[in-house]
Design a protein around this ligand. Structure first.
Ligand code: PEP
Ligand code: MN
Length: 339
């Protein structure tokens, strides 16, 4: 249920409504709007009609049901778009398009620091790099683990770029959180509910990737797992879905951007690298993403893709990334975004 507070309702009135929601066995989530506050009361769907009684409390305008199964993620609860702050002055979901770039996997100090410097020079605002890799084959490179996290921290210290890195296993959440500025949940873990619940208890941005066979509603329900635990800093990422097509690694569902934007206030970015699987297809999908209304991109870049430990064929060289970024400014300004 959504408890809509009156414009100008007092703090005490808000506190009282929150208390009553808790007394009824529900969890209150206050969303501070531009003109008024609303409280999302979430919990057991079966007895939610008891919340209707809150309508008579001072300061309450009305109580309305949330129709979508994803509650806190929905535009019904929060009509205006959310901005997720990563560092002071760096937000995803604002006017500025945020580009995250870096290798699929961290491989060495030289590789990650060198890549960080070149992507920063080209305009990337965050560095990506996997230290724990969810590989399809158990015989493939699994990542450098904590040594990789340490190298990411070195690259951050040298360039100032915040780092995005994946957490694969709930038992590594605490360790990865010590190093990461943004915790990535990969496509294969989008419905790892134990992992999502743990991430919901952090005060750190989460980059949640859509699964390769996840509907948009299922994707938003996964976001809801994080939000309902109290972490509101969720960034959604479309990275291609499985279809019958084999010419590309996945099929980029570009229409997921406006569909998601219509249903949720959360920011949406695109990963054109995993979506296409081929470096030469990445730039055009970056431009298309901006045209579709994405808030940013996450792009794989490697100094020598031919020697990459993972995902070389879809990784741009630094010079190709830089050329893409230059052209992207034209598309950004057409979409009334800055870069
Ligand atoms: C990655 O970002 O390197 C990755 C494994 O992505 P995805 O989970 O989208 O396959
Ligand atoms: Mn990859």
């Amino acid at each position: 249920m959504i408890i809509v507070m009156q414009q100008g309702a007092s703090r005490d009135e808000l506190a009282e409504v929150k208390k009553r929601i808790r007394d009824l066995g529900y969890k209150p989530h206050v969303i501070h709007g531009a003109t008024r506050n609303v409280i999302g009361a979430v919990g057991d769907e079966r007895g939610k009609s008891v919340l209707q009684s809150l309508e008579s409390l001072p300061g309450v305008e009305n109580v309305v049901p949330i129709l979508k199964p994803f509650k806190l993620a929905s535009r019904e609860v929060k009509p205006e778009p959310s901005e997720v702050e990563i560092a002071p002055g760096l937000v995803v979901g604002g006017k500025e398009l945020i580009v995250i770039a870096g290798p699929c996997s961290v491989e060495s100090e030289e590789q990650i620091v060198g890549t960080a410097k070149s992507v920063k020079q080209a305009g990337a605002k965050l560095l990506r790099g996997g230290a724990y890799k969810p590989r399809t084959s158990p015989y493939s490179f699994q990542g450098m683990e904590e040594d990789g996290l340490k190298l990411l921290a070195t690259a951050r210290a040298e360039t100032g770029l915040p780092i995005v890195t994946e957490v694969v296993n709930p038992r590594d959440v605490e360790l990865v959180a010590r190093y990461a500025d943004v915790m990535q949940v990969g496509a294969r873990n989008v419905q790892n509910f134990a992992l999502l619940k743990m991430l919901g208890q952090l005060d750190k941005p989460i980059l949640l990737k859509r699964g390769m066979a996840t509907t948009i509603q299922e994707f938003l329900m996964s976001a809801e797992y994080i939000l309902s635990e109290g972490n509101q800093k969720v960034i959604l990422c479309e990275r291609g879905i499985r279809t019958f097509e084999t010419a590309t690694r996945n099929t980029l569902d570009i229409s997921a951007v406006p569909v998601l934007k219509g249903q949720t206030h959360l920011p949406v970015i695109i990963d054109p690298s995993h979506a296409t699987g081929h470096a030469h297809l990445v730039p055009s999908m970056c431009y298309a993403s901006v045209a579709a209304g994405a808030d940013g991109l996450i792009v794989e870049v490697h100094p020598t893709p031919e020697t990459a430990a993972s995902d070389g064929p879809q990784s741009l060289r630094p010079a190709e990334f830089s050329a893409m970024m230059e052209k992207l400014t034209l598309f950004a300004s057409a979409a009334e975004r800055s870069l």
